[in-house]
Design a protein around this ligand. Structure first.
Ligand code: G3P
Ligand code: CA
Length: 306
């Protein structure tokens, strides 16, 4: 199958490098994003946080503790190490460290960035995608996630993308777990006359009535939202493939497609090539349009074989 991504039509599923090639190299680093691009990913995914001085940086957690050496460099502030309590200049002195399966190097790969293992700004992630797009003649998409329901973050994302010439036909999705964030983004985009694709994250719900809905997760609460309603402000839905109570199946995807929504699944994290191939195959057969993958090379291989 094929899927629309900006002004290009590319083979489905779209391969979205989850936090970079995060199975191989430290997540949310320029080295990890570059490796993902070299492995053939269509999109790189930065989660976003705001620094104390209002700069968007690529980081999953609202704290610097898990992924950097902050604790060996600074005393805690207000009892912790929140990104929002540190300036960009301070954050730039930190080293991003391997977590989970990510290692500090990858055989045969030398990162070209000057700061391969520092915390990148959103702008640096965009610069990398645009530079490598130009060098390769292949358009590399960007898939930022608003990690805080904060109007300043919404404005920062829209302003940064506009400044970098992203438009309605660009290879871009802005994602969030918060439907109110996406509704607000859509209102602002419409007012600014620059409507970029949006993606609402949640879980797949098919009720006893057989009707598919998106479950919007907030803490322990899951609120079902009709797919037609989601389609009024979003181009797609991103669903968990790991919540046993909320199974993604062929009927769910067909109903999302009928509502005009793309379906992207997260997170494909199997390191074993055979196990990964089986998992990708299963979701490809269901018609999934995009996969968030920690091992983007395995996703690219699965798509070629399909
Ligand atoms: O954005 C899709 C997926 O990345 C959501 O999970 O926690 O890795 O941001 P998380
Ligand atoms: Ca994410």
């Amino acid at each position: 199958g094929f899927v629309h991504a900006g002004d290009s039509v590319v083979p489905a599923p779209l391969v979205i490098a989850h936090r970079g090639a995060s199975g191989y190299l430290p997540e949310h680093t320029l080295a990890g994003y570059e490796l993902a691009i070299r492995m053939g990913a269509d999109f790189i995914e930065p989660d976003l946080q705001l620094t104390q001085d209002g700069v968007l940086v690529a980081m999953h957690d609202d704290s610097l503790l898990r992924t950097t050496n902050v604790a060996s460099q600074f005393a805690p502030r207000r009892g912790g190490y929140k990104v929002a309590d540190f300036s960009l200049a301070e954050i730039k002195t930190l080293a991003v460290q391997p977590t989970g399966t990510g290692q500090s190097s990858h055989a045969g790969f030398a990162p070209s960035a000057a700061e391969p293992f520092q915390v990148p700004t959103f702008q640096q992630v965009i610069d990398l995608a645009q530079q490598l797009s130009q060098a390769s003649g292949r358009s590399i998409g960007i898939y930022p996630e608003a990690k805080q329901a904060d109007p300043a973050m919404e404005d920062g994302i829209l302003a940064t993308l506009a400044r970098n010439h992203y438009g309605p036909q660009s290879k871009v999705f802005i994602q969030s777990f918060s439907d109110s964030t996406l509704r607000s983004l859509r209102r602002k985009q419409t007012a600014q006359n620059n409507v970029l694709p949006l993606m609402l994250l949640g879980v797949a719900i098919t009720g006893a009535d057989g009707v598919a809905r998106l479950g919007v997760v907030s803490g322990n609460t899951v609120t079902p939202l009709a797919l037609q309603e989601v389609a009024s402000f979003s181009e797609g839905i991103g669903v968990s493939i790991h919540r046993p109570a909320y199974v993604v199946d062929k009927s769910f995807i067909a109903q999302a497609h009928a509502a005009g929504l793309q379906v992207h699944g997260w997170t494909f994290a199997k390191a074993d090539p055979a196990a990964a191939a089986t998992e990708f195959q299963r979701y490809l057969e269901m018609g999934m349009d995009g996969v968030f993958a920690n091992y983007p090379d395995l996703a690219v291989t699965a798509r070629k074989r399909y």
